[in-house]
Design a protein. Structure first.
Length: 281
């Protein structure tokens, strides 16, 4: 695994929970076209071919890991979950076709579409793109060359299928979803999908097809606690800022000065404990 995957390119070990990656797993630092932030992905191979996984990062204050006989100071937890490459490639193919009003846009070859200045990581998706983008693109073959153009109707059909897959998964994971109104569950599924597709044009087209409106979708999203993401430059300081913000909110609600945390005077540095143990042995 390439070390660029981790924050700061450190040589220190990190804990990753993921489907067993192949020896040829490659870390990709990519550009998230929805948020504008850098997002990490892991490209590996299994028996069925290349698999793209999205890397997530989570850290609590004052944590570390025991890895065998080694203690990792960084208590961060990384997880990798498979993601459909079409979500990642959709914004690129949309821009590449250069659609204008009634003009459906241009057919272009994959190497033209995926080449993006300053983001060479996309080049590693060439083999995946040819196999997966046919579901949302028109394809013309001229000799041995293939030319792709995004097709709105195919994208809509693909999104429609994704929504109902999510809806089915929600009902199987939680009985409360199976008991509630179908329209409510549908709105929940669309709100999850919204994290990966732009409102214009795709989400609005999907909502119109499902006879939903954006307000119904956004009102179903609960107010979640904002944990730091792998795109932030200083994850440790970010978590401390969040802890400070939460304590300030509690102070404002109670109207009282928050008590200072009691310092444990008897606690010892874990490194010092191991050092003393080694001396005795």
């Amino acid at each position: 695994m390439e070390k660029e995957c981790w924050e700061g390119g450190s040589d220190e070990s990190r804990l990753l929970i993921a489907p067993a990656p192949s020896p040829t797993a490659r870390a990709l630092i990519k550009f998230h076209l929805l948020s504008g932030n850098a997002t990490n992905y892991l490209l590996s191979n299994d028996n069925e071919g290349a698999v793209l996984q999205e890397l997530h990062w989570f850290k609590q204050s004052y944590t570390s890991w025991f890895l065998g006989d080694y203690v990792s100071q960084d208590g961060s937890l990384y997880t990798a979950t498979p993601v459909d490459p079409v979500f990642i490639l959709l914004p690129i193919f949309e821009e590449a076709r250069m659609k204008k009003r009634d003009d459906l846009g241009k057919f272009r070859q994959l190497d033209e579409i995926i080449f993006i200045n300053d983001y060479p990581g996309y080049q590693h998706l060439m083999s995946i793109a040819e196999n997966c983008m046919g579901v949302v693109c028109e394809i013309k073959e001229i000799g041995s060359s293939k030319f792709f153009r995004l097709d709105d109707s195919k994208v809509l059909a693909w999104l429609y299928c994704k929504v109902f897959q999510l809806k089915k998964a929600l009902c199987s994971l939680d009985k409360n979803y199976a008991a509630q109104d179908e329209k409510y569950t549908l709105a929940e599924a669309v709100s999850i999908l919204r994290e990966y597709v732009k409102d214009e044009p795709w989400l609005m087209l999907l909502l119109d097809h499902l006879k939903l409106n954006l307000l119904e979708v956004t009102s179903k999203v609960p107010e979640a606690e904002n944990f730091p993401t792998n795109a932030e430059h200083n994850p440790v300081s970010s978590s401390l800022v969040q802890e400070k913000g939460r304590s300030e909110d509690k102070t404002k609600r109670s109207g009282k000065q928050a008590k200072k945390a009691k310092v444990e005077t008897e606690s010892r540095n874990i490194r010092e404990m191991f050092r003393r143990a080694c001396r005795k042995s």
